[in-house]
Every structure is written in C-alpha cells, then in structure tokens.
Design a protein around this ligand. Structure first.
Ligand code: IMP
Ligand code: MG
Length: 186
C-alpha cells in the first residue's frame, strides 16, 4: 500500500511495527553536512530565511541550520493536508510564519516530498508574499508518486515507496524521535 493511501486511512498507532533501518544516523548526518555546505556556498551574501515545515521537518531543519554557515533566519510553518476530505487535497495552515518574507531568499525545508501536493500549495502561498526567491530542500524525495511538479533544489536521498518513520517522520505521530529512518511494517 502506498504511503499516500496509508496516510488517508484512520489506522491506530498499533497498526504497524518498525522494520529495517533504511538510513542510519551517520548516513543522515553526513548528508545533512553536505547539504549545509552546498547551501552555505549558494547563499553567501544573500538574505536567507530557512522555513522548516512542522512537524516532520523539525528534526532535519534543526540539524540543517547548524550546518549552514551564515547569519540566516530560521522559522517554522505548520501545514496539514486534511485527511478526511475524499481526495485528501485540501491543505490548511496550522501555524503561520512570524517572519516577514518580503525580499528574502526563502528556503523551504521539508522532510519528504511524496505526491508534492503539500509543497505545491505552500509554494503558492509563500510566493504571494513576495520573497526574493523560493527554493526547496527536502531530506527525502519519493519521485515515483509525484502528482504535482515541485522544483527541488536540494535533496538528501531518493527513497522507495515504503512508509518511513524516524528523524522527524511519524506514523500516527509516533517515532519522530528515532535518530535513524526506518521502514514501517503493516
Ligand atoms: P505530499 O503532499 O504527498 O508530498 O506529502 C508529503 C507529506 O506527507 C510529508 O511532509 C509527510 O508529512 C507525509 N509523508 C509522506 N510520506 C511519508 C512517509 O513515508 N512517512 C511519514 N510521513 C510521510
Ligand atoms: Mg510533512
């Protein structure tokens, strides 16, 4: 069953168990450092505002900003795709930015891009606020299930269609605190 379908089902937290480790702690840390260095080089002398998307990208965002060298601003935005709508396409803002984005170089920090519908909506909302530029950094990319085209400038890892948990990713709000990323078995 695809993650997109799994997220729509009203499953209990006990419906699955943790399977194999897909990305160990060290592999994540090394890749986050590489991404941080790349972003440091690309955004030198720019007005960088990194925005982590709650709650999934919170862990990644905190590690990533500590690997970017520069006086960046860091803020958070909460959005959720409402699961009870039949097509699961409705997105709502649950926590808005406290920072004015006008004229800034915005870097959206996401945990995983799957269908792309969440980010597609978010990019539209943020572009209306007139930042100087918008780019996306996603730790994980699952290109096989894309429904909306997303310009991903930075990607940590490509992943398969297994449902993943850990390092911020959850199943029924559990497992976000795992230091590694593992598959979930149902
Ligand atoms: P999209 O709108 O389909 O791209 O959904 C992306 C969002 O769905 C991510 O920000 C996650 O919150 C969630 N998501 C997608 N796949 C997984 C997964 O394998 N594990 C946990 N959450 C996931
Ligand atoms: Mg998310």
């Amino acid at each position: 069953m695809s993650p997109e379908v799994l997220l729509q089902l009203d499953l209990s937290p006990d419906a699955g168990t943790i399977g194999d480790i897909v990305l160990p702690e060290k592999a994540i840390a090394d890749r986050v450092a590489e991404l941080g260095w790349q972003i440091t080089c690309d955004y030198r002398d720019r007005d960088l505002l990194a925005v982590a998307i709650l709650k999934g990208a919170l862990v990644f965002g905190c590690d990533l900003v500590r690997r970017i060298d520069g006086p960046l601003e860091f803020d958070m935005m909460g959005i959720s795709r409402y699961k009870k709508t039949p097509i699961f396409k409705e997105v709502t803002i649950t926590h808005d930015l406290r920072t004015d984005v006008r004229g800034k170089d915005l870097l959206i920090v996401e945990d995983i891009v799957d269908t792309g519908l969440t980010l597609n909506y978010l990019i539209q909302v943020l572009e209306e606020r007139k930042p100087r530029s918008v780019a996306v950094c996603s730790l994980l990319d699952r290109p096989g299930l894309r429904l909306a085209e997303i310009p991903l400038r930075y990607v940590g890892f490509n992943v398969s269609e297994e449902f993943l948990v850990g390092y911020g990713l959850d199943f029924c709000d559990r497992y976000r605190g795992l230091p590694y990323i593992a598959s979930m078995q149902f």
